[in-house]
Design a protein around this ligand. Structure first.
Ligand code: PLP
Length: 388
């Protein structure tokens, strides 16, 4: 039986069209795009075509606003460090308590390196308070870094309003759109965001490629210093195959955005309602109003999330207890803790994240097994026997 894969916020399957487009660059067309000879140099045109596709997906006004990187983490790190280097006199950063480690851990590091960091809290729905943001900005603020959509709950922040607040106050605004890009439509031309990060492997391109959008006119100091690649904004020989793959993935994602909003959201909603109906003592974590169409984070009270995942794994169902970068540690999710979710639910919270490769059959299969998995685990859990 094929694995029922509902962990697409961790990583996605490489689309067959993406794989096909990449193959020539891993076999015959291995030349260096910076070479003088035609054999290498002609690969340059393929990189530029991919740049246009990325720009088109996010509605950037010019492809030159896109810099290819090695991953979402590099894009996030670059956005923050580059801005701090560009404004050396400013020492304050604003972010939130629920960012991915690609932002949160950079901020924690900067905190120990002499910068002042404000971590905005969230309410029970996972939402920030825009008044708290406004109050936090001061003349020393170099950058605001707030994610577009949360990887654990799918909660979408009001990025347009945040960007407008930053613009009015003259502060650079970076958003980590690694989970948003390709799942919800947005257009950089109408969004006053200065820097935006995305990652290939979250939208059916391979792992190890990402992009950073840098709005024209934004002060930018390179993070990776080396050769003249990417207009001297990011040194390092280009990962041509993966960049081409990312370009194709962005074109496919643009076409599939409507499907995300309808079919994929429909599958997610069906799964969520069925769980709430069939499994007692469950809750959905995070706002259901402002949420990615593919994500559902469900808390099962009085059970251990790890135990649920292991039992689902035995049935060839791949889900997750939250961020792939923190799973493996048994620490409870920093996102759910920041939301003030009761501990009895945090422990048993599972993230289901779908993609366009999921079908109704997958949902049926999950619902065939999940209720009995939870029931059995509650029977053997001392908490479950007492309370459920
Ligand atoms: N930001 C968010 C919101 C993510 O979900 C992830 C990956 O899980 C990243 C950044 C890091 O992306 P990458 O794995 O490409 O470094």
């Amino acid at each position: 039986m094929k694995t029922v894969y509902v962990d697409n916020n961790a990583t996605t399957m490489v689309a067959p069209e993406v794989f096909e487009a990449m193959t020539p660059f891993l076999t015959d067309r291995y030349g260096n795009p910076s070479s003088m000879h035609t054999f290498g140099g002609k690969n340059h045109a393929d990189i530029e075509e991919a740049r246009e596709s990325v720009a088109d997906l996010i509605g950037a006004s010019d492809p030159s606003e896109i810099i290819f990187t090695s991953c979402g983490t590099e894009s996030d790190n670059t956005a923050i460090i580059s801005t701090l280097r560009a404004y050396p006199e400013k020492r304050h950063i604003i972010t939130t308590k629920v960012e991915h480690p690609a932002v949160l851990n950079v901020c924690k590091y900067l905190d120990t390196a002499g910068y002042r960091v404000t971590y905005l809290g969230v309410d029970g729905e996972g939402m920030i308070d825009l008044n708290e943001l406004k109050t936090a900005i001061d003349p020393d603020t170099a950058i605001i870094s707030i994610m577009y959509a949360n990887n654990e709950t799918g909660v979408i922040f009001p990025v347009e309003e945040i960007a407008e607040i930053a613009r009015v106050r003259g502060v650079v605004f970076h958003t980590d759109a690694v989970q948003a890009a390709g799942k919800i439509p947005f257009k950089m031309t109408g969004l006053p965001v200065d820097l935006l990060a995305l990652s290939g492997h979250k939208l059916h391109a391979p792992k190890g490629v990402g992009a950073l959008y840098v709005r024209k006119g934004t002060k930018f100091v390179p993070f990776l210093i080396g050769g003249h690649q990417e207009q001297t904004r990011r040194g390092g020989t280009e990962n041509v195959a993966s960049i081409v793959g990312l370009g194709v993935a962005c074109r496919l994602a643009k076409k599939a955005v409507e499907e995300e909003r309808t079919r994929i959201k429909g599958l997610r909603d069906r799964l969520e309602s069925a769980i709430l109906e069939k499994v007692p003592n469950t809750r959905v974590n995070g706002s259901t109003e402002s949420r990615l169409p593919n994500t559902s984070n469900v808390g099962f009270e009085f059970v251990e999330g790890e135990a649920i995942l292991l039992k689902l794994d035995e049935k060839d169902i791949a889900a997750s207890s939250g961020s792939a970068c923190t799973s493996g540690s048994l620490a409870p999710s920093h996102v759910l803790r920041a939301m003030g979710i009761p501990f009895t639910f945090i422990q048993g919270s599972i993230r289901f994240s779908l993609s366009r490769y999921n079908t109704d059959k997958d949902i049926d299969y999950i619902m065939e097994h999940l209720p009995s998995v939870i029931e059995r685990l509650r029977q053997i859990s001392p908490y479950g026997r007492e309370k459920a």
